[in-house]
Design a protein around this ligand. Structure first.
Ligand SMILES: [Zn+2]
Ligand SMILES: [Zn+2]
Length: 305
């Protein structure tokens, strides 16, 4: 089974600290690299974690608050300096294209590769990338400006035909595609062999959802139901619940409530306000609501299984 993982490049909110960079995550799926958010310093985090930046072909920017995209022009520029020729796809809300183009223009820069901008709509369920291995869909979040989360899900795989069954029943190649889809097999003598006798289940579909930045929003439950890993922002704790509401952010307990209601397998909290020093309090607050929770740390790769 291919690795499906998320490396957290930045788990801090608004301003960087000595231990936490601004938002950025590298998702590896089906041997492809996807970057979600690109706060200032993201390219340094990529380098520190020995991640090849030229392998990134898709960049998803959740929203246009600076802590989620101020690192993009630097990253794009480095890709150019390293001689990139492969095009890159950037998914963001309206305005990013203009910003990047102005920065390139005033610095008299012409990139050695093509930028393909895709405007995000402020709605859920829009398919942004789809191939035979995985798909990426938007999730409408509740923030002070248009903001999208992302659901990355593997595509359902065909059933596996047992080697022994192929030999035993002499299954012709022409019948195998149907069997992989779940059809029974009929021998030349007319005997019907049930599909479950000659196949085994494919590997389970794995999924990851990124929800940052957002206030508590039950609207997202249907999009993230049952995911293997949910990254949900927890800028504050319950002591600042009113502040969280005012600024369209969540508390650790609220993120845990969403995880519980969506019945996800594991919750990863991040986007922590720099005001907090005792991080185990975040964990305790969330754990009181939802047991399987971890705090995001910069430079850690979380495996989705
Ligand atoms: Zn933010
Ligand atoms: Zn924001």
């Amino acid at each position: 089974m291919d690795i499906f993982s998320v490396t957290v490049l930045g788990s801090g909110a608004a301003l960087p600290t000595a231990n936490r960079n601004l938002s950025g995550q590298l998702v590896v799926i089906a041997n492809q690299y996807l970057l979600i958010d690109c706060g200032e310093g993201t390219q340094i985090q990529l380098r520190k974690n020995k991640i090849s930046i030229q392998r990134i072909d898709h960049v998803f920017i959740s929203h246009l608050h600076g802590d989620h995209f101020y690192g993009l022009i630097g990253l794009l520029s480095t890709m150019h300096l390293l001689g990139r020729t492969k095009p890159i796809h950037i998914y963001a809300h309206e305005g990013l294209k203009k910003t990047i183009e102005v920065q390139l223009e005033v610095s008299y820069s012409k990139l050695s590769y093509q930028l393909n901008f895709h405007n995000l709509k402020n709605e859920s369920g829009v398919v942004l990338v789809e191939n035979k291995h995985f798909c990426v869909e938007s999730i409408k979040l509740k923030h002070s400006i248009p903001c999208s989360g992302f659901l990355i899900r593997e595509v359902e795989k065909p059933r596996n035909i047992l080697k022994e069954a192929i030999e035993k029943y002499n299954i012709p190649v022409k019948d195998r595609a149907g069997i992989k889809k779940g059809e029974d097999f009929q021998t030349s003598a007319g005997t019907v062999i049930k599909n479950e006798e000659i196949t085994r289940d494919p590997a389970k579909i794995r999924s990851f959802a990124y929800c940052s930045d957002t206030a508590y929003s039950e609207r997202i439950l249907e999009n993230i139901a049952g995911v293997n890993l949910l990254y949900h922002e927890a800028t504050f704790m319950e002591d600042k619940k009113a502040r969280a509401k005012e600024t369209y952010h969540s508390t650790a307990a609220q993120a845990a409530e969403i995880a519980k209601k969506a019945e996800v397998a594991q919750l990863l909290l991040g986007h922590f306000s720099a005001r907090y020093k005792k991080m185990d309090l975040f964990l305790n607050e969330a754990k009181a609501v939802f047991e399987n929770v971890r705090l995001a740390e910069d430079g850690i790769e979380y495996i989705i299984e």
